[in-house]
Design a protein around this ligand. Sequence first.
Ligand code: SF4
Length: 414
Amino acid sequence: MPRKKPTMSRRDFVKTAASAGVAAPLMALGSALPANDANASEHPTQKTVPKRPFGKTGEMVPILSLGGVLKESDLLVFRQAFKLGVTYWDTADSYGWGKNEKAIGKYFAKFPDDRRQIFLVTKAATSDPEKLTEALNRSLLRMNTSYIDLYFIHYVGNVEKELTNDVKAWVDKAKAEGKIRFFGFSAHKNMEESMMAAAKLGWIDGIMMSYNYRLMVKDEMKRAVEACVTAGIGLTAMKTQAAFTANFYASIGSETDDALEMTDNFMRKGYTTEQAKLKVVWENPNIASICSAMPNMTILQANVAAALKETTLSQGDRQRLRRFAELTAPGYCAGCANICEPTVGCPVPISDILRYSMYHHGYGDRDTASRLFNQLPEAVKKNIMHADFRQAEKKCPQQIQIAKLLKEAVRDLA
Ligand code: SF4
């Protein structure tokens, strides 16, 4: 018989844990460092997020990176992140239509001395050297800085096609001009292939890729991480929560007995399930950092608390996460676009569209989902309605109902 569904989200948990006496170590952080304490850095006992080496760059980066879209009015979140040691900040020229970069620029204008302590990442979704120069100059201007620590080409899905010799020449020039210190790319699909190819190139400093409790157990991903480590490429994990592509999967997943037991088990140990999903990624020492969207102080403090907590997950904890991943596989697109997309017979970026759907249903960010979806060519949108996805569904290792979910994406996002 199904047990009563726990109704506590991460946010609810953090709010109520103090009064319930749960997770004392996690809550200690919040009580030690009030959100509006302007002199927090003067607290001698305040712990900061630990650091790890970032590939062969010689840089040490905090294991937690501030991602997502913050606005100029969120200056306090940036400030608190800085004080807690979350000094790896990730953005992109497209985030919030440039609002995120402008907010960082406002922060640096107010706290110019902090700039040299921040490991700053931004990205542009192009391989055209002229457009890269335009985007980089715009990002520098918006962020009130003369250099970017790590510059990414965003959404790389095919290294051979996108990281050309022209791009390498552009990278060498930008480094020589002192505009970027390191270079790499982000990968949301075909991550393993891109990582293997990048390891052979010899001029990639860092990669940010989808990596979580679902993906990290796959042999292809283990091999790809190993190849990058050997090549001295610094790795940042993103999409660590492995959010669902559609609402109904979230409810199926959370109502199973296994999922309920997993949640209860983590709660007893002072974790939320979300925190446990971060911990399991950090347990791989080859992952330098996790980039996490932290849109408010509550989530920032919960993530920092998880980073500071030294307890490791047990074998049972890992098994529970693995079981949950198996049970809910059809709700998560693993980004293996090379498997499904060639079977369709016409261009349909299945994994991209499922990712937009995840932004909508998993993150509740319909604006971003809709903006990205509506950048697709009209011909592609028509293909979604008429293409035959039966082969794609047959080959999909996650057994996703591709045709159904893509049509729902058209309905929800067009
Ligand atoms: S739909 Fe399936 S095969 Fe296609 S990218 Fe997603 S998980 Fe891979």
